[in-house]
Ligand binder design. Sequence first.
Ligand SMILES: [Zn+2]
Length: 108
Amino acid sequence: MNTATAAQTATYTKLNNGDWGIKVTGDISTGASVTVTKRDGSTKTEIVGKVVWTGKDKYSNADVSICTVQQVQRVSCRPAYRGGRRECDECGDYVTAGTRCWETGMMH
Ligand SMILES: [Zn+2]
């Protein structure tokens, strides 16, 4: 199975249900992280939720997959106070508020 390659591109696309999804070239599967290029050229890493469609892109004729974005709505990162410092349950580091958790991608 192919994993992400340098040639892989991903952009946001509107799903049939009105939610934002990702259009990715090449093979992709649930749980994969993809770098999505926004219209303004900036990028954001998203986690693939479900692959809802695969086929030929009508514009580029490339093999593409349309995927949902895995929502990380709940803050799974729950720093606990230990000895006056916050230890993140997810990444295990002693952290300060406002830093980004490398494990969950959420703010501490
Ligand atoms: Zn953390």
